[in-house]
Design a protein around this ligand. Structure first.
Ligand code: SF4
Ligand code: SF4
Length: 290
C-alpha cells in the first residue's frame, strides 16, 4: 500500500498488500496491520501452547487467565460475576485490576485491535462485505452506534436476573478463545452465523453495535494514556474516517491539532496507514508530563 501515490484506501488495496506499507522514500516495510495480527496470533498461540504442552506462560482463555502466575480477568466477566453471584473472589479482583491498569496505559479498546481473535474474522468479513456492496450484490445496513450501550446494560441485567453469565453462551470472543485452546465446539456455529451476518448484512455488526466487552474497554479508553493524535498537516481529505471501525471519532474533529480522546478508538492504526500527509500519529499523554 502506498498512501503517498494516490488517495489511499484500504478498500482499494489488495487484502494482503494492506500488511505492507511504503514510506516516503519508497521503501517497503511491514505495516501496522501486520503487527496487530501478529500480536493477536502470538497471544492466542501462547494460550494454546500453555495448555497443549503445559508451557505455563499464559494459562486459561481471554475471559480469565494467569500470566506467569499473575491473574488476568476480563472486566466485563467480573461485572457479570458480581451481578450474578453478588460477590467477587479476591483473585478476580486482582486479575481485573491488573487488566484495568494495563489498558489504562495501552488504550482501552487496544484489546480489540491487538488481542481479540474475533477482530481478525471481523476484518475479513468487512473486506468481503465491501466487495459485495461494491458489486451491488448486497446492501449495507447501518445502525446507531450508541445501541451498544443498550446491549451492555441488557447483558448485565441478564446476569443479575438469571444469576448466570448468560452473555458468555453467545460471546464470540470467549467461544473463539476456548476453541483455540481446547479445540472446536458446536458453539463455533454462533461465530459462523455472526461472520455471515457481517458479510451479508452489516459491516462489523458485532464490534460496532453489540460487543459489551469492547464497550467496557471503551469506558477505560476515554482516560487511557495511549491516543491517536491528528496534527495540523491534515488536509481534511477524510481518507481516515473511511477506514475507521468507529468513523464518528474522526469526523467530529475540527481543523486544529487534536488528540482523539474518544474511548471508542481501538488504536488499530488504520487511519495512520492511509493518511498521505502523515497527519495522524500514536501519541501518549505522558509526553506532556515529562
Ligand atoms: S468489539 Fe468485541 S469482538 Fe470486536 S474486537 Fe472488540 S472485543 Fe473483540
Ligand atoms: S481513529 Fe484510527 S486508530 Fe482509532 S479506531 Fe479509527 S482508524 Fe483505528
Amino acid at each position: 500500500m502506498n498512501k503517498y501515490k494516490a488517495y489511499a484506501s484500504i478498500d482499494k488495496t489488495r487484502f494482503f498488500d494492506t500488511f505492507i506499507t511504503t514510506n516516503k522514500n519508497g521503501k517497503k516495510r511491514l505495516g501496522i496491520r501486520f503487527y496487530r495480527w501478529f500480536s493477536i496470533f502470538c497471544i492466542n498461540f501462547l494460550f494454546f501452547l500453555s495448555y497443549r504442552i503445559d508451557l505455563q506462560a499464559l494459562e486459561g482463555t481471554l475471559s480469565g487467565s494467569r500470566f506467569f502466575g499473575f491473574h488476568l480477568i476480563d472486566p466485563f466477566i467480573s461485572m457479570q460475576m458480581f451481578l450474578a453471584h453478588h460477590n467477587l473472589h479476591v483473585n478476580l479482583i486482582i486479575g481485573t485490576v491488573t487488566i484495568l491498569a494495563f489498558y489504562l496505559i495501552m488504550g482501552g479498546r487496544a484489546f480489540c485491535s491487538w488481542v481479540c481473535p474475533y477482530n481478525i474474522l471481523g476484518e475479513i468479513s468487512e473486506r468481503l462485505h465491501k466487495i459485495l456492496v461494491e458489486k451491488k450484490i448486497i446492501r449495507s445496513y447501518k445502525f446507531n452506534h450508541k445501541i451498544k450501550y443498550v446491549f451492555w446494560v441488557f447483558f448485565l441485567f441478564l446476569a443479575f436476573f438469571a444469576g448466570y453469565l448468560v452473555f458468555e453462551i453467545i460471546n464470540p470472543v470467549g467461544i473463539l478463545s476456548r476453541a483455540i485452546v481446547y479445540g472446536w465446539s458446536f458453539a463455533l456455529l454462533i461465530v459462523t452465523v455472526l461472520f455471515l451476518v457481517e458479510v451479508f448484512f452489516a459491516q462489523r455488526f458485532w464490534c460496532r453495535y453489540i460487543c459489551p466487552i469492547g464497550t467496557t474497554y471503551s469506558f477505560l479508553g476515554w482516560i487511557s494514556v495511549m491516543k491517536i493524535k491528528r496534527t495540523n498537516e491534515c488536509d481534511r481529505c477524510n481518507a481516515c474516517s473511511k477506514v475507521c471501525l468507529v468513523p464518528h471519532v474522526l469526523k467530529k474533529q475540527d481543523k486544529k491539532e487534536i488528540t482523539i480522546i474518544s474511548g471508542e478508538c481501538t488504536l488499530c492504526g488504520r487511519c495512520i496507514e492511509v493518511c498521505h500527509k502523515d497527519a495522524l500519529i500514536f501519541d501518549t499523554k505522558l509526553k506532556k508530563l515529562i
